[in-house]
Design a protein around this ligand. Structure first.
Ligand SMILES: NC(=O)C1=CN([C@@H]2O[C@H](COP(=O)(O)OP(=O)(O)OC[C@H]3O[C@@H](n4cnc5c(N)ncnc54)[C@H](OP(=O)(O)O)[C@@H]3O)[C@@H](O)[C@H]2O)C=CC1
Ligand SMILES: CC(=O)N[C@@H](CCC(=O)OP(=O)(O)O)C(=O)O
Length: 354
């Protein structure tokens, strides 16, 4: 229950009919400090939310409204669970009215505007707002998030790659060859969103397994921008995403070359110490093999660290639910910090098995 004196945070969600939108609704409907104020859909104006999403019957009693009707300026925070380009068109006006913005798309992720415009094929609408926004990877930017007016919530693949590498990049001495990092990543089909597309039809995506974006994917520049900044030098990354025939979940395997002078490092201890106080990063015991179902519907990201045959390669396995830690859960983690709440408020769900 919310403390009697604490005012509830009035929340708006733009894009309530997509997968990240309904995941925000599922989590926020049980958040003790939140009042859902408005949920938008341009196509479903007037439809009760619970009619489209029966899992929310008894939990959410609002109807979808068009963004124009939704009185977003009366919210304390607005989440944009929309395609790229929507949040940046409205962010300036909202923050001028004292509304904070958390964008689940990519409008406020890349500080390099030329890279943004190359990958997203649109001019950036508010470079000044971008410059003052914060990349919402809590484990990296916990200090800056409370004061942010606009958060760029990280992409799902970047969350796994950056958190899988962070203890190595922030170590006291160089440990791995930064010019040759390989990230082999797999996503469930919900990562492609709820809109109809041939590539995500059951008969196209099930009973098959494929790579995509091998010669270039828009998450590559996002990951590299962050890794360069953390490492303080240019990083070489090969990033290969794959589509896996499952609904939720993401599994990223990092292949890393250990520097000759770092071969005696205890990497297990390094990771355990680095993440010892993090509520949502679990470093598993030596020899563990994480699976995506161990994080399904939870905000936990699990990591295990391996050194095959005790050799010169380090293999880091990372799993998360793409819709929770990879999107909506992480966005709520950001909201909690922005409003001075304990970071884990409303996010303590344990994963669902089987
Ligand atoms: N799926 C995932 O795993 C992840 C997704 N993301 C990002 O989060 C964002 C949302 O993703 P997802 O939920 O999968 O997307 P969906 O395609 O499932 O949903 C998009 C939502 O946005 C609304 N919408 C579309 N265009 C506009 C517009 N111009 N103005 C206002 N609303 C609009 C749609 O409703 P309507 O058309 O009725 O208005 C719908 O509710 C995307 O940017 C995605 O890249 C980030 C991390 C992970
Ligand atoms: C399986 C699948 O298609 N995944 C999406 C990435 C997930 C996502 O939505 O990332 P953004 O937030 O950056 O859009 C893709 O590769 O485009």
């Amino acid at each position: 229950m919310a403390a009697a004196s604490a005012p509830l945070i009035r929340v708006g969600i733009v894009g309530g009919t997509g997968y990240t939108g309904v995941e925000l609704l599922r989590l926020l409907s049980r958040h003790p400090n939140v009042k859902l104020h408005a949920i938008t859909s341009r196509k479903e104006d007037g439809l009760p939310v619970a009619e489209m999403f029966p899992n929310l019957r008894g939990a959410v009693d609002l109807c979808f409204q068009t963004p124009e009707k939704a009185a977003l300026d009366q919210c304390d925070v607005v989440f944009f669970a929309t395609p790229h380009g929507v949040a940046m068109a409205q962010a300036r006006e909202l923050i001028a009215q004292g509304v904070r913005v958390i964008d689940l798309a990519a409008d406020f992720r890349l500080q390099d505007i030329a890279q943004f415009e190359q990958w997203y094929k649109m001019p950036h609408a508010c470079p000044d707002v971008l410059a003052s926004s914060v990349y919402g990877l809590v484990e990296l930017n916990r200090e800056q998030i409370p004061g942010a007016k606009v958060i760029g919530n990280p992409g799902c693949y970047p969350t796994t790659v950056i958190l899988g590498l962070l203890p190595l990049l922030q170590a006291k001495k160089p440990l791995i060859d930064l010019s040759d990092i390989v990230a082999d990543a797999k996503s469930g089909v919900s990562g492609a969103g709820r809109k109809a597309e041939v590539g995500t039809l059951f008969s196209e995506a099930s009973d098959s397994f494929r790579a995509y974006g091998v010669s270039g994917h828009r998450h590559h520049p996002e990951i590299v921008e962050q890794l360069d900044r953390i490492a303080g030098q240019p990083v070489g990354l090969t990033f290969v995403p794959h589509l896996v025939p499952m609904i939720r979940g993401m599994f990223t395997t990092l292949h890393l070359r250990i520097l000759p002078e770092a071969l005696d490092t205890d990497f297990q201890t390094l990771y355990e110490r680095h993440y010892a106080t993090e509520p949502f990063v679990d470093v598993m015991p030596p020899g563990s093999l994480p699976d995506t179902r161990s994080v399904r519907a939870s905000n936990t990201l699990r990591i295990s660290v391996h050194r095959p045959q005790g050799g010169r390669k380090l293999v880091v396995l990372v799993v998360q639910d793409n819709l929770v830690k990879g999107a909506s859960g992480q966005a709520i983690q950001n909201m909690n910090l922005m409003f001075g709440l304990p970071e884990a408020t409303g996010l303590e769900q344990v994963a669902v098995l089987p």
